[in-house]
Design a protein around this ligand. Structure first.
Ligand code: C2E
Ligand code: MG
Ligand code: MG
Length: 762
């Protein structure tokens, strides 16, 4: 029912109006006021739909009232019909200009009054409807604008942000900014752990390390969304049984919640959720769904990029950056140092004798040690007492491979401080560590190159730090060295050789040559020595005397040695199977190889797999090799002897030559070193020495082999003094297997004195 208010100072007129409209009271309720002020009070108290007001009133006039009605927000939409005199043209015009909706003349004609009132009311209804539609349209436009801004912010975050956490943070901020969210959050799913981790939060809560950082799948509203993979929307947060903290919801006046699973390629990658103090509209829910798809794709993509990056830039064993990472990092540091000159030090660390750990205790223990060392390194670098004077924030560490680590020390202008830091670093690294029930002490050595003095490029710095490391190692364990120019020349050669040697091992670029051993009494072939050959480039052989010591030092000898024994055994079996003369084939075994814990086991295995009888294998070991661990050596040799494998003591006369020790060794033969044989005719002392060795050996029941016999006279002399066997260029230099077959096919050749085929001098 519409409320109609009549305002006139003339109460008799009001009475007559009331009488006129008596028949209309079923559709209108009528109010009558005799002043403008009372009219305003009435409008405040009742929902008035129309005012009919006299222009002329004492005090506040009708026009004053009209002005007040139009000025107030609450009344400005109420239509006002102004009642004027017939001829009062000015007042009529003013009233219309001021917003009166219609004019009436006194006295009223009943029919006209009713029609005018009806029309004005209809007009008002129409106006109201338009106004309502207008507001709705405005709201819709603003909603759409907000949604499109949300979508556009999300898309630009997806395109621009490289880091996942920042990308998600931007998405949350967009939800708060454009959807009136009180706060918005995104959790990322961890498949392995079956929980969600909060990665971004914006709005009234921005921290991500609080209580709800980890949410198990299936718990709380967020965990349920992850479990069901279904979105949840509500506009009645207060009273929602899934919202556990109702007191909070009431206190904060939360109205709505929207939570959506983030699913990419059928996999749940996270959950996003927002609380709002406003009602959630359907359009917003739709928008959230499409934004969720984008965010899910973003997470999936960033995760796979991160994984790929992790695997290409990190070392999975120690969880440290790897060589590649460090190179890239160093490049960056160098280019910034070029703009902004400063010094920094590249420190290369290498664990001393680490191969011994691997060889003797196995790779599992070795890996464990590496992990402990890397943890120590990180910890030591982070603890301020070690690098008190150096800035540590950007001092990254990387595992460069094997047992080598690299550290970058910033602000290295004061060499004294770097010296101090490295000293303390090495000291802390060498503390004992418990691995596999053992207490191990591993020392490390370090090589230091300072930018820009010792190199202005990544490769130069590394080369020089490596050179310095090499020198540090040479000086002994647990030390360090700063790079200096003089180091370069000599060590570069050796380093190059080492690099080439590693390649050669990978490519198996070795071969074996064979040199015959001839019994002097019978002049017959009684054996041969297998000697390794490395053809670095076509026609260029590197002498084993040069690379074997390096292989020893680097540990490469283990795989080389294995290969030699295997190849020699295989070759001997092949010759025997081809019906050639059966002879024992000697292989040289270096100290480190012999010192291997499972050396004997390896020999047994090789004999097994190749099918060679043990008596056709001979090992040549030097005294020096045995003296590295004399007691173990005696034992090991006894075991080798037990197998039936023959043993020669190589290079005899150059080492300790301890008689009492020699007595204990279960050897078959002594090989007199080449240096004595070469001087045997010219130097009586050497001749005497050789004589003594022969008689002593014979007393012990050991045969004597002369190495490096080059001349007939040497041979004759040796025969005279009772030497048993000789080897040397006089008979043949070491030759490839195909050439050596000549000796094996024609055993009589060795019976006829030395034939031409035997004396192939090279
Ligand atoms: P070695 O075991 O004492 O081997 C004898 C060396 O003397 C060989 O040198 C051989 O070529 C050389 N030689 C033989 N007859 C004569 C001669 O009449 N005159 C002269 N001047 N030299 C002669 P090569 O092959 O260069 O080997 C040098 C050393 O390298 C060997 O000394 C041995 O200690 C080591 N070596 C060689 N092959 C292997 C291997 O497969 N494993 C290990 N661990 N060491 C090896
Ligand atoms: Mg030898
Ligand atoms: Mg020798």
């Amino acid at each position: 029912m519409d409320h109609i208010l009549f305002v006139d100072d003339d109460s008799a007129f009001l009475d007559s109006t009331a009488r006129l409209l008596r028949g209309q009271t079923d559709k209108w309720r009528l109010f009558f006021c005799d002043s403008a002020d009372k009219a305003m009070e009435c409008m405040a108290a009742h929902r008035v739909s129309l005012v009919v007001c006299d222009v002329r009133m004492p005090g506040k006039s009708g026009l004053d009232l009209l002005a007040e009605i139009k000025a107030r927000r609450s009344t400005k939409n109420i239509p006002v019909i102004m009642v004027t005199g017939q001829v009062d043209m000015d007042a009529k015009l003013t009233a219309l200009q001021m917003g009166a909706s219609d004019l009436l003349n006194k006295p009223f004609d009943r029919a006209e009054l009713i029609v005018r009132i009806d029309n004005s009311l209809k007009l008002k209804t129409f106006h109201d409807e338009i106004a309502r539609q207008n507001t709705r349209l405005k709201d819709e436009v603003s909603d759409r604008r907000k949604i499109s801004e949300l979508v556009s912010d999300t898309i630009s975050a997806l395109v621009e942000e490289e880091q996942l956490d920042r990308l998600l943070q931007k998405c949350c901020t967009a939800m708060v900014d454009h959807l009136d969210a009180a706060f918005a959050r995104i959790w990322v799913a961890d498949e392995q752990k079956d929980h969600l981790e909060l990665m971004a939060s914006a709005g009234m809560y921005t921290h991500i390390n609080g209580n709800h950082r980890f949410i198990p799948v299936g718990e709380y509203k967020i965990g349920l969304i992850a479990q069901d993979r279904q979105p949840r929307f509500t506009n009645t947060v207060i009273g929602d049984p899934d919202i556990s903290d109702q007191a909070w919801a009431e206190r904060e006046q939360m109205i709505s919640f929207a939570g959506l699973p983030l699913i990419a390629e059928g996999k749940l990658v996270g959950v996003m959720g927002m609380f709002s103090k406003k009602v959630l509209k359907a359009s917003v829910m739709d928008a959230l769904s499409s934004v969720a798809d984008g965010i899910a794709l973003g997470i999936a993509q960033k995760k796979s990029v991160n994984e790929a990056r992790y695997y290409s830039y990190y070392d999975p064993l120690t969880d440290m950056p790897n060589r590649k990472f460090f190179y890239v990092f160093l490049e960056k540091i160098i280019s910034s140092a070029n703009r902004n000159p400063r010094h920094f030090a590249l420190v290369l660390l290498d664990i001393d004798d680490f191969r011994r750990v691997n060889d003797n205790l196995g790779h599992t223990v070795g890996d464990h040690c590496l992990k402990i060392m890397s943890q120590r390194l990180s910890k030591v670098l982070r603890s301020s007492d070690c690098l008190a004077y150096l800035s540590v924030e950007e001092s990254p560490i990387a595992r460069m491979g094997g047992d080598e680590f690299a550290v970058l020390l910033q602000d290295a202008s004061d060499v004294y401080q770097v010296d101090r830091a490295v000293r303390r670093l090495l000291k802390k690294l060498s503390k004992s560590m418990a691995v596999d029930g053992r207490d191990l002490i591993l020392t490390s050595s370090a090589g230091i190159a300072v930018f820009p003095d010792n190199g202005e490029s990544v490769s130069d710095l590394f080369k020089n730090a490596e050179t310095a490391l090499y020198h540090a190692k040479k000086k002994g364990k647990g030390g360090f060295a700063f790079y200096s120019q003089w180091m370069n020349h000599r060590s570069m050669e050796i380093l190059d050789l080492e690099i080439d040697l590693r390649h050669a091992v990978e490519k198996q670029a070795f071969s074996l040559y064979y040199q015959p051993k001839i019994a002097l009494e019978t002049n017959r072939l009684v054996g041969a020595e297998a000697l390794i050959r490395w053809e670095k480039e076509k026609g260029t052989f590197i002498s084993p005397a040069r690379f074997i010591p390096l292989a020893e030092e680097t540990g490469l000898i283990l795989s080389i040695g294995d290969w030699v024994v295997k190849t020699a055994c295989r070759q001997n079996v092949a010759w025997q199977n081809a019906g050639m003369t059966k002879i024992p084939l000697a292989v040289n075994v270096s100290g480190r190889q012999f010192g291997q814990q499972d050396f004997i086991q390896r020999v047994i295995q090789i004999l097994d797999t190749t099918g060679l009888l043990p008596e056709y294998l001979e090992v040549e070991v030097t005294e020096t090799a045995l003296m590295q661990n004399p007691e173990k050596s005696v034992n090991d040799l006894a075991q080798i002897k037990e197998l039936g494998v023959q043993i020669s003591l190589d290079d005899f006369g150059t080492g300790y030559s301890s008689l009492s020790y020699l007595q204990k060794l279960p050897i078959d033969a002594l090989k007199i070193d080449i240096s004595f044989i070469q001087n045997i005719l010219s130097n009586p002392k050497d001749a005497e020495m050789v004589r003594a060795i022969i008689s002593m050996a014979h007393n012990l029941g050991v045969k004597v082999i002369a190495e490096g016999v080059e001349e007939k006279q040497q041979l004759d002399y040796l025969t005279d003094i009772g030497c048993d066997v000789a080897q040397g260029f006089w008979f043949s230099p070491p030759v490839p297997s195909s050439e050596f077959e000549v000796f094996l096919q024609d055993p009589l050749a060795s019976n006829n004195g030395h034939g031409p085929s035997m004396n192939v001098n090279r």
